[in-house]
Design a protein. Structure first.
Length: 128
């Protein structure tokens, strides 16, 4: 499973072997114990990858072969491609901009997606 954490300072992606239903149940239990609200809904999330990563074509082929229209790759400009995925959004309320997004893909596709995201983050941090 890929877990995308959207925060005020950006996106952090991680790959985890936890079952998404178990993770959601744990979040619900934690919110109840803390007396906090929790909003969970199916949805879509997106993140950017540099358009010039050589493995991007491999990812695009794997995503289309495995998921068809459930996953999109759209050129934003000459430098970036937006990857759009389906999954579950978890946040404190419906209009929150910070939260967690969970999606499940095949192991190979998750690994490749995560690897390319890590490569893009390393490239961005070296430019700063």
């Amino acid at each position: 499973m890929l877990k995308l954490n959207y925060t005020d300072v950006g996106l952090y992606m991680e790959r985890t072997m936890t079952n998404p239903e178990l993770l959601i149940a744990q979040r619900v239990l934690l919110a109840m114990r803390l007396g906090r609200s929790l909003h969970i809904e199916p949805g879509r999330a997106s993140f950017l990858l540099p358009a010039d990563i050589p493995e991007l074509k491999v990812l695009e082929m794997a995503l289309h072969r495995e998921y068809g229209s459930a996953v999109t790759l759209i050129a934003v400009d000459e430098e970036f491609v937006e990857v759009g995925i389906s999954g579950s959004w978890i946040a404190e309320d419906k209009d929150a901009h910070a939260g967690m997004f969970l999606t499940v893909m095949s192991d190979r596709t998750e690994f490749l997606t995560y690897k390319l995201w890590q490569m893009s983050e390393a490239r961005i941090s070296s430019l700063a």
